[in-house]
Design a binder for this molecule. Sequence first.
Ligand SMILES: Cc1cc2nc3c(=O)[nH]c(=O)nc-3n(C[C@H](O)[C@H](O)[C@H](O)COP(=O)(O)OP(=O)(O)OC[C@H]3O[C@@H](n4cnc5c(N)ncnc54)[C@H](O)[C@@H]3O)c2cc1C
Length: 425
Amino acid sequence: MTARSTFLSRRMFLATGAATVLSAPALRAQGSARVVIVGGGAGGASAARMLAAHPGIKVTLVESNAIYTTCFFSNLYLGGLRDFDSLQYGYRGIAGAGVQVIHDRAVAVDRDRRLVVLAGGARLSYDRLVLSPGIDFVDGSVPGWTQQDAQRMPHAYRAGAQTQLLARLLHTMPQGGLFAMIAPPNPYRCPPGPYERVSMIAHFFKHRNPTAKILVLDPKPRFAKQALFLEGWQYHYPGMIERIGPDFGGADVQVHPASNEVIIDGQVQPVDLCNVIPAQKAGAIATLAGLTGGEGWAPVDGTNMASLMDPDIFVLGDSADQGEMPKSAYAANSQAKVAAEAILNQLIDTPAYEASYANTCWSLIAPGDAVRVGANYGVRDKRILASNSFISQPSESAAQRKATADQAEAWYGSITAEIFGESQG
Ligand SMILES: Cc1cc2nc3c(=O)[nH]c(=O)nc-3n(C[C@H](O)[C@H](O)[C@H](O)COP(=O)(O)OP(=O)(O)OC[C@H]3O[C@@H](n4cnc5c(N)ncnc54)[C@H](O)[C@@H]3O)c2cc1C
């Protein structure tokens, strides 16, 4: 029995026959090529607007939430540099672009019949399906912590109520208290994200709770932009932040949420607040669709972002196992462009383009002091590989760092406008 038939025998159960596969000319003649997109975040919403710009394509976006809160720049909210509202976007701009927006949860994909099943019972048929469902957490990756404990020890790694909860708990920490972060193993969403968060929380403490301490427990020997963060922490927040890597027990950590304790290499450490960022995997629908491999991510063909398990399904953003691009909003948006071109080429015969991608990740270390890392990417043997890269240097001038911070602000404004087609609100 093939993996696919195993998957089908476990799942869908509709009585009708398999869908007929139509060629691009046949679809064009019928004037009704259907693209369903699951996930209205950085990847999915970008793809929806790009595809809907073409007559002859009917685009349906399925998104659980009526409001999307960006993880990107959520650390600035924790640092007190942005309002929560400034991270939130609705779907008016996407509906206004001609996309049918359905707020419901996709619970199954019948790949043989090309149907997406929604929690509310609707069945959406597709010619091409795009999945950009973000991340889920790996159960048990931090012993002692389950998702039920996220009220006490928040992850704040899917933005929204969790981000607000972490902010509230930071505000109520006692003076001189201890904040611990359990950083995730690779690969995970936004490699510099935990360390930008440490910077922004340190900035918050510097002004509101200057004797507080931050303890980072890290299973990784190295982390993104490490030299830049360490230099910035020493400069802006001397003596406040301690990081324990795997050599000293950072990979042997468990938690007791009920008693607010972290156990490091067998030693019990009481804390005032703990931010648990668990190990991650593709959003659940990618696995339910039978598109993920052993590591929990969905392998794709870097030439077009199509699943290696099903060429009619495109997987974007954090869920995709694509090669060397980091899991970022910038990357998800870049991948959406490539996938949209490929889908248009397949469905309405637009010209084919060679895939190329770009990414830049900015991180704020303190107000007006930002660093960046990025690259352009090409494709070899279906894997996305960096073709050139750049990174901020230690000891750059304050003017350079300020210019980088200004770039980050400008990027946030332009990418959110591109994704959602409207300014925040
Ligand atoms: C703290 C932090 C800081 C970050 N900073 C940056 C940054 O500065 N720059 C940057 O580029 N990136 C940054 N990122 C990373 C960025 O947020 C993600 O990489 C990006 O959002 C991934 O896009 P996506 O489309 O894969 O997933 P998402 O944007 O998470 O979108 C997934 C959407 O799918 C929906 N969904 C999931 N499953 C279903 C389903 N079954 N049915 C219906 N809807 C579903 C979800 O509700 C969600 O809206 C940061 C992340 C974090 C956590």
